[in-house]
Structure formats: structure tokens, C-alpha cells
Design a binder for this molecule. Structure first.
Ligand SMILES: [Zn+2]
Length: 478
């Protein structure tokens, strides 16, 4: 049976990922911390391609590449080599890009993703993960098709890149996005990649429908962009076929703003690049490194999720959410050392994460010790749920310590007698609601609880208020 779906959508991805957590470029010692630096300040004769300069391979980059390849279940090749890919472009000062061709560092891996509904888990084959250098960057003054002039910045030239090539195994734009999300998740766990940095990931997507040639959409710069570009292409190609015309093989550009793809050129063949082995770099034999690198591989998100379910008994939703971010997962484990894991997971995922996202902050903005203290106060009944949330918000907005905030803002839960007198007051004031309650209107009780909370400025435990109200209402019944 064919692997095609009814629509016959076939998608393959080529993903360029910067190993942007390394200290230096692939063939020279220029730093990668250029993101806020003026143009052309992170350059040297090697990455500017000046005559006579020679590349020196960054050993850490090779190790990171092996890590990624192993995490993607790839086979590391015993001998691997760099090639020159020859073409002229202003962002490429040498007139060639050093990349891999025959003998890439790794081949034949896979990544399992959740398929579209009803399709179960799908294994997406990886053709290869290989290493190459990033070109520089063109800065167009104006738009790409109507710029007054173009400047070039070589700060990015020579940044270590991985090219990850999938087989054409993806069947929908949603699957492609899920694949990219999973890839990013793994790269972040490996600590080789910061996906938030500009240019950290670029995707080329090949897409075809049954009965048509494939189009390649170049340089999509976000996960969401990939899904949108592919969705657009499906509609476009379907319309071409419907009109009885032919989908031609071509390269297209995704216009992020308009959400459309535009034709750039008909596809050139690989031979145009005249690949040949880079004479300034000897072939590498890295097999001896592999066992030691395997040892240093961290627990990957999938394995960690399974362990969280087993060891902590938290819900699948919480486990998934926590393992989307290695830092958040670590935070959870640290808090859980002191606090009941289910309570921790629920507060971290359902409350803290939302508060952090709202402020565009990462979990490193919150201290583990503070979370432990807050959840301790909550478990001991010192503060209500509402009070605990106020403490979290105050720490994020104004700083301070949980204990300090509780006393400053008078958040400590009120004593039982205060709740009792608030209940008395409410019952003497809200006779209409009492009548409603007696007529069996459930909403009336909620209203009365709300009134008690108001009187105690949120410091009563809503459950205490509810119990107190019911006791009084039911005992007064005649
Ligand atoms: Zn350099």
C-alpha cells in the first residue's frame, strides 16, 4: 500500500540549525555573541575568506553535531569529510561554502512524532545530519524586491550549522510543525541551541501533491511560518492541478507578511555547485569519540516524560507541559524534592507558567526556594489559593520574599472566628439570596460565598466559608 494519504501530500524538510551555544565559529575563533554587536565586528581573515588564511576545525562543534545525530537515532559514519560547494553570492566571501556532501557525519536516523488524527505515532526518517558553515547576511534597505541598496554583514559567516534532512515522510503541514517543535525540544535538551535567537533555525520545505512536480519553499524562518507556507502551497498546487495545468519544479520564497509563496527560479541541479573535497581540511575519523559522547547525552524529553509519569504520578498533560522546556522540568524536580509532586506540577504548569508567559519571562526569573516556600504556606493553610497566586504575581512584578509579601499585604488566612462573623454579617444582609438558596438555587450559595470572601478581602478559605454558610443556613431551616 502506498504511504500517501488521500490528498497525496508529500513533504520533506531540510532544516538548518545554528549550533549557537558554542563559543566560536566553525573554522576560526571569532565569537558567536554577535547578536547585539555592530555589523562586521566578529570577523577575521578566515571567516572573511582572505587569501592565505586557513581553516581550523572547531572540535566542540563536531562533538555537538555527533550529540544531535545520536539523539536523532542516526548512524555516525567512520570517516567524514568537508567539501567545497562552489557558487558566487555577496554573503559568501570565499566564493564557496564549506559543507558536507558524500561522507556526511551521520545518516539514516528517525524521529517519532504524533501523526495527524487517527494516524498514531509516525516515524519520520532522517536522511542525514551534516555540518556546514553559515554564510553572512545581506541587509536590504527597503524590501527584498524593491531595495535601494544592500549591505552585507559577515558576523554570521562561519557560524556552525547543522543541516538536518528528512525523507519525504511528512503528510501534512501540521505534522511538519510537530516535527519541527519536537526537533527544537530535543536540541534545547542537548543544550546546543537557543531557538529564540534571530536566524537560529531556517527551514526549506519540499512539497508535492500526487500527480505534480515538487516545489521547494526556501528559507522559512519559524515553525509557524513552515506550517503556513505549506498550507498555502497545498492550496496553490491543488488549484494548478484542478485547472488541468502542470505544477513545475521550482524554488519559491515564502513571504511571511502576506502569507504566500512566490516563484524565485526553476531549480538548478546539484552539479552546478561542482562539489569537491576541501583540500585545507583532512578527513575526520570520529568513531573513537562516540562512546564518550553517548555517555554525556542527557535524558531526552520523551524519556523524561515517561519517568515523570512513573516516578511522580503526575498527569500526562502536566508531564507534557513540563518537558517542553528543560529548565522548567528541572525546576519541577527541584520543587518536588520538598513539596508533593502533584501539587508542584499543578502549581507550576497551571499557575506559574501562565504568569511567566504573560510577562514574557522564562522560569529562571523565579527562585526554586520561593516556590517551595509559597507551596509550603499554601499546604499548611497559612494562605489561600488566591493568596498564593498574589504572592507569585508580586514576586514577579515587584520582587520580595514570600514571607515578607504575606505579612506586608496581610495575606495570611483569617482565623475561624473572623470567617464566622463574616458569615453572620452576610446572612443578615443578603436575605434575597437566602430565599433563593432555600428554593434550591445552587447559584445563590456561590453568591453568598463570594460575599464572605469580599468581607474578608479574599483571606478566608472559600471552602471554610461554604461550610460555615451551609451549616448556618441548614440549622436555621424550620
Ligand atoms: Zn573569524
Amino acid at each position: 500500500m502506498s504511504a500517501r494519504t488521500e490528498d497525496g501530500v508529500i513533504i520533506g524538510l531540510e532544516i538548518h540549525v545554528q549550533l549557537n551555544k558554542l563559543h566560536s565559529k566553525l573554522f576560526c575563533s571569532c565569537g558567536l555573541d554577535y547578536h547585539n554587536a555592530p555589523p562586521n565586528t566578529h570577523t577575521c581573515p578566515v571567516c572573511l575568506g582572505l587569501p592565505g588564511s586557513l581553516p581550523v576545525l572547531n572540535r566542540s562543534a563536531v562533538k555537538s553535531a555527533i550529540k544531535v545525530a545520536l539523539a536523532m537515532n542516526c548512524k555516525i559514519l567512520p570517516q567524514t569529510q568537508f567539501y567545497r560547494k562552489n557558487y558566487y553570492y555577496p554573503d559568501l566571501p570565499k566564493g564557496f561554502q564549506v559543507t558536507q556532501y558524500d561522507y556526511p557525519i551521520s545518516v539514516n536516523g528517525y524521529l517519532a512524532i504524533e501523526g495527524d488524527e487517527g494516524r498514531g505515532v509516525r516515524r519520520i526518517r532522517i536522511n542525514r545530519v551534516h555540518m556546514e558553515e553559515d554564510p553572512g547576511r545581506l541587509v536590504h534597505e527597503g524590501t527584498i524586491d524593491r531595495s535601494k541598496f544592500t549591505l552585507v554583514d559577515y558576523n554570521r559567516a562561519g557560524v556552525p550549522l547543522l543541516e538536518i534532512v528528512t525523507e519525504p515522510d511528512l503528510r501534512s503541514p501540521k505534522e511538519a510543525r510537530r516535527f519541527l517543535n519536537k526537533l527544537r525540544n530535543i536540541l534545547e535538551y542537548l543544550d546546543v541551541f537557543d531557538g529564540d535567537l534571530d536566524g537560529a533555525i531556517r527551514v526549506d520545505a519540499n512539497i508535492s501533491l500526487a500527480g505534480g512536480e515538487r516545489a521547494e519553499v526556501k528559507n522559512i524562518s519559524s515553525y509557524k511560518g513552515a506550517e503556513r507556507a505549506l498550507s498555502f502551497e497545498i492550496v496553490r498546487q491543488r488549484n494548478v492541478l484542478r485547472r488541468g495545468e502542470v505544477v513545475v519544479q521550482e524554488t519559491r520564497h515564502f513571504d511571511e507578511l502576506r502569507g504566500v509563496t512566490v516563484s524565485m527560479r526553476t531549480k538548478e541541479t546539484e552539479h552546478d555547485y561542482r562539489y569537491f573535497p576541501e583540500p585545507d581540511l583532512v578527513p575526520m575519523r570520529v568513531m573513537d569519540w562516540v562512546p564518550a559522547i553517548k555517555e554525556t547525552l542527557p535524558e531526552l524529553p520523551e524519556a523524561q516524560r515517561t519517568r515523570f509519569l512513573k516516578d511522580y504520578g503526575i498527569t500526562g498533560t502536566h508531564a507534557t507541559s513540563l518537558t517542553l522546556d528543560p529548565k522548567l522540568a528541572q525546576f519541577f524536580e527541584d520543587v518536588s524534592a520538598a513539596i508533593d509532586p502533584k501539587l508542584s506540577a499543578s502549581w507550576i504548569v497551571d499557575v506559574l507558567k501562565g504568569e511567566l508567559n504573560y510577562r514574557d519571562l522564562g522560569v529562571s526569573a523565579f527562585k526554586t526556594a520561593d516556590m517551595i516556600e509559597i507551596l509550603g504556606l499554601f499546604s499548611d493553610g497559612v494562605v489561600t489559593e488566591k493568596g498564593a497566586i498574589t504572592v507569585i504575581r508580586t514576586i514577579l512584578d515587584e520582587g520580595g520574599t514570600p514571607g515578607g509579601i504575606v505579612s506586608e499585604k496581610e495575606l495570611a488566612k483569617v482565623k475561624e472566628d473572623v470567617v464566622t462573623s463574616a458569615v453572620d454579617e452576610v446572612l443578615s444582609e443578603c436575605t434575597d439570596a437566602i430565599d433563593d438558596y432555600r428554593r434550591g438555587e445552587a447559584k445563590a450559595l456561590n453568591y453568598l460565598v463570594g460575599q464572605v470572601m469580599k468581607k474578608t478581602r479574599g483571606r478566608a478559605d472559600p471552602q471554610d466559608a461554604r461550610t460555615g454558610l451551609i451549616e448556618r443556613l441548614d440549622s436555621n431551616e424550620s
